[in-house]
Write a protein of this length. Structure first.
Length: 85
């Protein structure tokens, strides 16, 4: 199974209607590997959290409940976990 890239994670967040990295002005730095962001601070509503979880499972086989999304840690931590799945 292929690991996720930063661009794939950003695209997934955008598809779920989550633009927090842009709003904080760090999306380009995240894409370049120069910034990280806590998943719990992405301001996902229940629908975007559900969409995010479904996409994680469909794309990378990571099964997680929407209520547990914030417990994933940071986006860098998520990428590391996906690399190991």
């Amino acid at each position: 199974m292929a690991s996720a890239t930063r661009a794939e994670i950003v695209d997934l967040l955008h598809a779920c209607g989550v633009f927090t990295l842009q709003e904080h002005g760090i999306e380009e730095a995240f894409l370049a590997g120069e910034a990280d962001f806590p998943i719990g601070e992405l301001r996902m509503d229940s629908l975007s959290a559900m969409e995010f979880c479904i996409a994680l499972e469909n794309t990378w086989g990571l099964s997680i409940a929407p209520v547990d999304v914030g417990r994933l840690g940071t986006l860098d931590g998520l990428l590391a976990r996906l690399a190991g799945s």
